[in-house]
Design a protein around this ligand. Structure first.
Ligand SMILES: *Cc1c(COP(=O)(O)O)cnc(C)c1O
Length: 334
């Protein structure tokens, strides 16, 4: 099952001589390559490893981090297909929903967000959903069963027809935005990294948090021989499922190729999405104080804390160079 690739869009061709798409201005605001910064920490030095931060959180003022990398190729595809609306899926606190709303608003697309949980329809909006609505996203709330079914059957014509009848023609993005194009967009960060660390290869571990897996899939596919990708699951109970999703993304994005130097750590989710246990909060506070950098907590803090925990218990061979991808910035609605 692979509800990852958007179905063939019902394209209305862009008229010749149409004004330059707004997303061109949007992409021009991107600061690439994202900086790579060393972290100097005696605890890590004693453990025999070095740590670098790939600052994807600095890419773009509106939508940064992996959301920028994953959305850009999809915006291009939506535009090329003549679509004017993006439709996607997420939980009530989904970063992906707010990112799609903001990107759509900035680039001239309408946006629709299908939210898991119909009990939320009449509840006061949480800050993330309020933010998405302020950016013009139309929200529709589905029962958990409907939500699951719609995602599972996303590539079936009947589903597309139903969504089109209700919301108008739209470019469909799966939950979390992880389709083959998104994974290929995320892979670009490794191309940048290889320019910043010319000897990237054996002895390197590139680490990112994992929600739906698109970012890790892209990193794993693009690393040069010998280098390893390590994803840190931020959701509880994803063992097996996430690996299957990532393998499916590899099959869809890099047909005929297989990648095996990647793994997902399922021991550092802290109890589930959005759960920040006291030790994780303490770790994050200390890291922020020592290194002068605020960490986004649902994802990034879990990945960085996992790297520290595993480095300090001796998981990485002496001399390993760790790169933590800072996949997003802290937001005011977390
Ligand atoms: C959405 C998000 C992720 C998850 O990325 P996936 O490609 O879905 O695994 C990671 N980090 C941050 C900061 C995010 O907002």
């Amino acid at each position: 099952m692979l509800p990852n690739l958007p179905p063939e869009p019902a394209a209305t061709p862009v008229p010749a001589g149409a004004p330059a798409p707004e997303w061109r201005a949007w992409t021009a605001a991107a600061a690439l390559p994202a900086p790579l910064q060393p972290v100097s920490d005696p605890r890590l030095a004693r453990a025999g490893v070095s740590l670098w931060l790939k600052r994807d959180d600095l890419i773009h003022p509106v939508v940064s981090g992996n959301k920028w990398r994953k959305l850009l190729p999809n915006l291009r595809a939506a535009h090329a297909a003549g679509q004017r609306r993006l439709l996607t899926f997420g939980g009530a606190y989904s970063h992906h929903l707010t990112a799609v709303a903001a990107a759509a608003a900035a680039t001239g697309f309408a946006s629709v967000g299908l939210v898991r949980g119909d009990e939320l329809a009449d509840a006061p909006r949480n800050p993330a959903l309020a933010r998405a609505e302020r950016d013009g996203m139309t929200l529709a709330f589905l029962s958990r069963a409907d939500y699951r079914r719609t995602l599972r059957e996303l590539t079936e014509p009947a589903t597309t027809r139903r969504l089109t009848e209700r919301f108008g023609p739209a470019y469909l993005l799966p939950e979390g935005g992880s389709n083959a194009l998104a994974a290929r967009g995320a892979a670009e960060l490794v191309t940048e990294l290889a320019g910043q660390l010319p000897d990237l290869g054996p002895g390197d571990v590139v680490c990112c948090p994992v929600g739906s897996g698109g970012t890790l899939a892209g990193i794993a596919a693009a690393l040069p021989p010998g280098a390893q990708a390590l994803g840190v699951a931020v959701l509880r109970g994803g063992a097996g499922y996430l690996e299957a999703e990532i393998t499916a993304l590899h099959r869809a994005g890099w047909p005929g190729r297989t990648f095996d130097r990647w793994s997902v750590d399922h021991a550092h989710h802290g109890g589930g999405y959005g759960r920040i246990p006291a030790e994780l909060a303490a770790f994050t506070d200390r890291f922020e104080a020592e290194h002068g950098l605020r960490l986004e907590r649902r994802y990034v803090a879990k990945a960085v804390s996992c790297l520290y925990h595993r480095a300090l218990r001796g998981d990485f061979p002496h001399g390993t160079r760790l790169t933590a991808v800072i996949t997003g910035a802290p937001s005011d609605h977390d």
